[in-house]
Design a protein around this ligand. Structure first.
Ligand code: CP
Length: 328
């Protein structure tokens, strides 16, 4: 179990069911503040260092907004080229320096394992906002939070769920973190649907297998999405593929669009995507013709990301109990 005050969040391996429950209880406390129905200055005087060495819209801005909505201030670093890393400073020295200027750090970095390496040298808590093709734990937490709410609309729970993960399961770090969390639930069935070259690495299925959950692999879309409760669609991580790899992919056959959804899925199938979706491609993985479908929960995921990240800050900074006393 996690002892949240001052802890690092580096991997979903750290979480037990009770931790998720504690996080979601804190999410209920901060939700009115995320929705701007109430205001708090509970983190007044505290500073977040928001360190992004890879592109981001949702994760960076939501962490930043989350800290500010709790009354804190934020230092932003969005380009590795503007830091002294380009002068040869090690990640460890960088972490020691940044810790002198803040109370907590969020880091996204292109190298797998970098957040853990950074945390070893940091004197303040560290949250992994994506480390290469490894993990993206806070995305998985908000995905689980969203999944619970969306399934509840159809009187379903995550226990007993059948979920199809579609797309780049090799480099897609959100899937890696999500599968470890899903392993904590009961009676889960996972369909893994990807081109052969982008299959899920074995280490991310270990927890699911250990706990007796069902895993099935598909290299065609239709049989994998038939009658599932949730579609978890992911972008091909072009930035991590060679040009040859990209040219060999037949992405059209993995696209979720209204026709295939209505032909193969049930009227209750929830559609999730961590975003961004690729709108440059001729065959985007999630077509915009589903934009007005009530089961498309992708922008509710975005909104939930703010609430879940506020809850995480409140737990790590140990201020959940003080929020109601600092409302103005
Ligand atoms: N889902 C996600 O990590 O989005 P960003 O890359 O925009 O942060």
């Amino acid at each position: 179990m996690i002892n949240f005050p001052n802890c690092n969040i580096l991997s979903t391996d750290q979480f037990a069911c009770a931790d998720i429950a504690q996080l979601f209880t804190a999410a209920a406390v901060v939700k009115p503040y995320a929705k701007r129905e109430q205001q708090t200055n509970v983190l007044q005087g505290a500073i977040l260092s928001n360190l992004f060495f890879e592109p981001s819209t949702r994760t960076r801005l939501s962490f930043s907004s989350a800290f500010k909505l709790l009354g804190g201030a934020v230092n932003e670093t969005t380009e590795i080229s503007t830091t002294s890393s380009v002068k040869g400073e090690s990640l460890c020295d960088f972490a020691k320096v940044v810790a002198e200027y803040c109370d907590i750090a969020v880091i996204r970095h292109p190298d797998a394992g970098s957040a853990a390496k950074y945390a070893e040298c940091s004197n303040v808590p560290v949250i992994n906002a994506g480390d290469g093709a490894n993990e993206h734990p806070t995305q998985a937490l908000l995905d689980i939070y969203t999944m619970e709410q969306e399934l509840a609309k159809y009187d379903k729970t995550i226990d007993g769920v059948t979920l199809a993960c579609i797309g780049d399961l090799k480099y897609g770090r959100t899937v890696h973190s999500l599968l470890k969390l899903l392993a904590l639930f009961e009676d889960v069935t996972i369909h893994l649907i990807s081109p052969m070259s982008l299959q899920l690495p074995k280490q991310f299925t270990e927890k699911l297998s250990e706990r007796g959950h069902r895993l099935e692999y598909f290299n065609r879309l239709e049989p994998g999405i038939e009658n599932v409760d949730v579609l978890y669609v992911t972008r091909i991580q072009e930035e991590r593929l060679s040009e040859v790899d990209q040219n060999n992919l037949q992405l059209a056959s993995f696209q979720i669009n209204r026709t295939i959804y209505e032909q193969v899925c049930t009227p209750e199938t929830v559609i999730l995507h961590p975003l961004p979706r690729n709108s440059r491609s001729d065959t985007p993985e999630l077509h915009t013709d589903l934009n007005d479908h009530p089961n498309l929960a992708i922008f509710r995921q975005v909104a939930n990301g703010l609430t879940v990240r506020m809850a995480l800050f409140a737990l790590i900074m140990d201020v959940v109990e003080q929020i109601s006393h600092t409302t103005y």
